[in-house]
Design a protein around this ligand. Structure first.
Ligand SMILES: Cc1cc2nc3c(=O)[nH]c(=O)nc-3n(C[C@H](O)[C@H](O)[C@H](O)COP(=O)(O)O)c2cc1C
Length: 353
């Protein structure tokens, strides 16, 4: 199957699967504070991820491009949305356009729609420094994401079977490229061991892309004749992965992606240690069902909900969400305790004045 048809199949299968509800943050609860002493108007939701300043802690995460006209249409709409709400946006893997120039349009349209926005390039860890430079140049990107997707490749019948040398290639890109580099997963989470390996080669931004949202094991299985189901429930849940990375590498800026559906999910991800959150599947589904208006209403709902949560907690700035006490229970509690990450450190935080 050619790359462009595969991109379209990924979209179709995501739309089929995203109706299955997951609630990755149910086990994490804020401690209610009855005297918040602020008003909604005082709450500000701008944030910083590494060197990037963003007006919203939500950014539109890497999805598409490289699948002809349908992907031009999706990327144009997402880019308009990013412009309207001053959100960051990552494009899908640009390898398709590096291999086939006729696919460049589906990526270039993103910069065309939003000439001054924060736009992030995307390639896999097979990329060379030259390819990374070409991807950034193609859309005049402000940062570059390198995705790690071993499980997806293993399930994909036409996927890679060798993963040697990825860390060396990432190191070469980090050392030789002029924009910040974000290493990201695609829904299986980043462990503390991987975060340490990445920190040791100079990476300072990780998108943990955790388990609990779009499930690429299931998506790839829908594309196989003989389903390889053993990976369907594989991965580090989003909340646990944020804690794994942040508790071990506190100087790494974390982006919390994987199953964000409400402003409360976003507030919890930030409280666990994320500087911002990425959303992919929810936007795709909204665009498919309700067009651009669906995208606008979704962002407005998420911003509104986030402000409500921050007001209830008495928090005026997004970064201060990381100071409020949260209680972690259930499987996430057991996961973290067994991994040597104390959940008490979260529950016993001192609320800022
Ligand atoms: C249709 C589709 C295509 C995707 N393609 C890419 C990609 O090319 N590169 C990448 O890094 N992540 C890709 N992702 C993964 C997302 O960036 C994100 O990590 C993942 O979907 C989890 O977020 P979610 O639960 O909000 O969907 C894709 C996701 C979807 C839904």
């Amino acid at each position: 199957m050619d790359r462009a048809s595969r991109k379209i199949e990924h979209i179709e299968h995501t739309l089929k699967l995203s109706s299955i509800e997951t609630r990755p943050f149910d086990e994490i609860k804020f401690v209610h504070q009855s005297i918040p002493n602020i008003s909604v108007d005082e709450v500000e939701i701008n944030t910083k991820i590494g060197e990037l300043n963003l007006s919203s802690p939500i950014f539109i995460n890497a999805m598409t491009g490289g699948g002809g006209e349908p992907t031009i249409r999706i990327n144009r709409a997402l880019s308009k949305l990013a412009k309207k709400y001053k959100m960051g946006m990552a494009v899908g893997s640009q390898m398709a356009a590096l291999k086939n120039r006729s696919e460049r349009r589906s990526f270039e349209v993103v910069r065309e729609e939003n000439p001054n926005g924060i736009i992030i390039s995307n390639l896999g860890s097979e990329a060379t420094v030259e390819q990374a430079r070409a991807a950034v140049e193609m859309i005049d990107a402000d940062a570059l994401q390198i995705h790690l997707n071993v499980i997806q490749e293993l399930i994909m019948p036409e996927g890679d079977r060798s993963f040697s040398g990825a860390l060396d290639r990432i190191k070469a890109i980090v050392e030789n490229i002029s924009v910040p580099v974000i290493i990201k997963e695609v829904g299986f989470g980043i462990s503390k061991e991987v975060a340490t390996k990445l920190a040791n080669i100079g990476v300072n931004m990780i998108d943990i892309g955790g388990y609990g949202g779009t499930n690429f094991a299931k998506i790839e299985n829908l594309r196989r004749e003989d389903s390889l189901e053993l990976f369907n429930d594989w991965g580090i849940p989003t909340g646990a992965s944020i804690c794994e990375v942040k508790a071990t590498q506190p100087f790494i800026s974390v982006i919390g992606t994987g199953g964000m559906k409400t402003g409360l999910d976003i507030a919890k991800a930030i409280s666990l240690g994320a500087s911002a959150v990425g959303i992919a599947g929810l936007f795709l589904k909204q665009f498919h069902e309700n067009d651009f208006e669906g995208l606008e209403l979704t962002v407005e709902r998420l911003h509104f909900e986030l402000k409500m949560v921050m007001t209830a907690l008495g928090i005026k700035k997004v970064a201060d969400l990381r100071k409020v006490p949260i209680v972690i229970s259930g499987e996430t509690y057991h996961w973290l305790e067994q991994r040597g990450i104390s959940t008490k450190n979260y529950a016993l935080r001192i609320l800022p004045n």
